[in-house]
Structure formats: C-alpha cells, structure tokens
Design a protein around this ligand. Structure first.
Ligand SMILES: [Zn+2]
Length: 411
C-alpha cells in the first residue's frame, strides 16, 4: 500500500489535471483518489502524478549501439540482409547482449516509461532474450518477433506469388510461441501470399500484427513496382495490422485510408528527423481521427526517452497547425498514455482512476523550471526531463525510485 498527499494528478482518459488531497494504491491497483478541484497553474510547486508512459515502437535489441547509425542512410543502417544493425546483432553474443538490453529498459523506467512495444529481430531467440530482459527490469515488453533472415530472394519477391517457404513457416510458429505478435521491416520483405499466411496464423492465435509503412518514398515505390499497389494499401488489405508504424511520407489519400481502416498509427518524429527523412504529418493524422501512438524506434538511432519525444512531437504539431492554440498538449500526451488501450485492451487503460492499475509516474514540479508553471499539461509535455522523474510505478511496484523521492518520505 502506498499514499501520496496533496498532489496534482492527470486523471481519466482525458488526463485532466486535478489537485487531489490523496492518491493511494493497494497492491497493483489505485484504491483511492480524493479530488479537490481542477488545477492549471502552480505557485509553489507540487508533485505531479501522470500515467506510466508507453513507448509503442522500439528496437531495444540494438540499444547496445547508441548512435551507431550516425552517417548511415535508412537502407545502409537498417535493411536486411547486410545493414549495419543486422551485421552487428549477428556479431554480439547473448551474454554480452542481455545486460545492454536490461540496462536500457531500466533507463526507460527512469525516464517514466512502464512498457514498450518492441519490434524484435533475430527470430525466436531474439524474442526470448527480450522476454528475459523484461523480467529482470520489470518494464513490460510487448514483443513482436521478426524472421531471423529474409525468407525470399529478389526474384521470388518480384514474381510475388510464392507462399512462405516451409522453414519460414516453422520459424513463424516458433516466434509466436514466445512473442506477443509478429512484425516485419516492410511489406516489401514478403509476398502477398506469405502475408495472407501471417495474417491467418496470428489471427488464429490471437496475436498482434504490426508493420512499418511509408517511412520513406521507397516503401511505396518498390511496392507499386512489384504489385501495382502501395505498401499501406497492401498492409491494410493483406495483413490487417493492429499497428502501422511511421506514415512519414503519407499523402492525403493514404491518411484517409488509414483512418477509414480504424487501425492505429505509431509516429516516430525524432527517429525520422535523425535519418534526414521528412517529418511525419502529425497535424493531418490528428485531424483524420486515427488513433495515434508515439515511439522512439531503434536504440542505435535514438534515445528511448519519451519525454524528449513528447516535447519534439508537441512542437512539430504546433508548427504544422500553424496557430498559437492547437494542439492541446494533452492530445500529445495521450499518444504515450491513454491511446494505448485501443491496442492492448482494458487491462492496459493507460490512464489513472480509482480501481485501475497503479501504473504511474511521479514528477517533481518543485524544481525551479517547473514550480511556477502557468500550464501543468504543457510543462509535462515540453519541459519535464528525466531528472524530474522521482519514481515510476508499474502495477504498484516501483520500477524506479530516486534518492530525492526517498528523502521526501516516499511511500
Ligand atoms: Zn521499427
């Protein structure tokens, strides 16, 4: 059981800030919240409690290579079979690899993240390694496995007729025994027939499906040249993914297609920018009504610190809306909190209320740059840093707790 007195809590799916005289949890659930009244500005600081953050697109496998992609294009750094990432992952042993991943999951907890959706390379063994890191760190890993190698050569991909080879079908089944779902780099990695098989098997087993789409023009162009359809249209028709990642170069028609499909998009603006790609159309996607999430993408490309991603995305969206008012900063924060429920279900609401999971972050708004904020949500999104995270709780358990929090008489 734990209790915080006189705090500001971002409450409910909308994340409205309320001054609360008590915020209590018992076991893994929030047991009591005593509301005093809505609050926007602070005069003498406060502890601010926000839902635990969800990072919906990571590749923590390559977190052992921070900034390893510097100077490389998307294709040179990240594409199979010979991209930098795949060569490096093949060269590192498990005993060396696992501690890197655990350390980065702990870093995520220190920056307010309670869970992530990971696009895990290296077949069943890769998924197993992340499962172990998740257990060690307490951070929840939703693992989407990927084939260890490309199942098709260029000729078979161009002909676009072959089903999954026997070996790949066996590997897919093995991945799904460990992982929560399946992902691939792009729609261009498999034939249409193979995608239909992936959809059928994952559907039968109740697993998640995700795919990177429209990260650059090449995704669409290669798909069009081979099949007569762009990669997003094929993804929605053949794979029916729960998550469409990137949408960086999506046009109006493609954004309309995604919104009409009811599927969720995961945006990764810092990773896109870091590769010299265009910035994603955050405004158009928000206006389309599509459910949106945020991710930090590869560990070797970008730090898995969602506070930085929130700041960048908020300012990018403001620039695209081109006025001083939109968007509401809470609409950006929902991309890392309450929007996750549409994908992970009712036991992952991504917001705080009595009876819901005690999965939250305590921010120190007594710090000089926060204590007199005129707008708590804007400061959470654009001004809070990892240094301001006092504690991160998942299901009532502290994944991270700072010395400062202990000194202040932490629960
Ligand atoms: Zn990815």
């Amino acid at each position: 059981m734990g209790s915080l007195r006189d705090v500001v809590v971002l409450l409910g799916p909308g994340l409205e800030p309320w001054r609360c005289s008590r915020f209590e949890w018992d076991g893994d659930a929030i047991s009591r919240i005593d509301r005093v009244g809505p609050v926007l500005a602070l005069d003498g600081g406060a502890l601010v409690v926000i839902p635990g953050l969800w990072n919906s697109h990571t590749h923590m496998g390559d977190s052992c290579l921070p900034d390893g992609a510097t100077g490389l294009t998307l294709e040179q750094g990240f594409f199979r079979p010979d991209g930098f990432k795949y060569r490096q992952l093949a060269a590192i042993g498990r005993e060396e690899h696992l501690p890197h991943v655990v350390a980065h999951l702990r870093y995520m907890a220190r920056t307010g993240t309670v869970g992530h959706i990971d696009f895990r390379e290296q077949g069943p063994a890769g998924s197993e390694l992340l499962r172990e890191a998740s257990r060690a760190s307490g951070v929840e890993s939703v693992i989407l496995g990927q084939f260890s190698g490309v199942p098709f050569g260029a000729d078979l991909l161009m002909a676009n007729e072959a089903p999954l080879p026997e070996g790949a079908r066996g590997e897919l089944e093995a991945i799904l025994r460990v992982a929560d779902g399946f992902s691939e780099s792009t729609m261009n990695d498999l034939t249409d027939a193979a995608w239909r098989e992936v959809r059928a098997l994952t559907g039968r087993l109740g697993k998640l499906r995700a795919i990177h789409c429209l990260e650059n023009e090449g995704y669409r162009d290669v798909s069009l040249a081979r099949t007569g359809r762009g990669d997003l249209a094929r993804a929605i028709d053949l794979l029916d993914p729960h998550l469409v990642v990137h949408m960086t170069v999506a046009g109006t028609e493609e954004i309309g297609l995604l919104a009409a499909s009811g599927r969720t998009a995961v945006l990764n603006p810092r990773a896109n920018a870091n590769l010299g790609l265009p910035l994603p159309p955050v405004r158009a996607l928000m206006e389309s009504g599509a459910n949106l999430l945020l991710g930090t993408d590869n560990g070797l490309l970008n730090s898995p610190n969602l506070l930085a991603e929130l700041d960048f995305t908020y300012k990018l969206a403001k620039s695209q809306f081109a006025d001083a008012v939109r968007p509401d900063p809470l609409a950006i924060l929902r991309m890392a909190t309450s929007n996750i429920g549409a994908v992970l279900g009712a036991d992952h609401p991504g917001y705080l209320d009595a009876g819901l999971p005690a999965t939250f972050v305590v921010l120190d708004f007594h710090q000089p740059h926060l204590r007199a904020t005129r707008h708590v949500p804007a400061s959470v999104v654009s001004r809070a840093t990892p240094e301001d995270v006092l504690a991160t709780y998942r299901l009532g358990r502290a994944l991270y707790s700072s010395e400062r929090f202990a000194e202040a008489g932490a629960p």
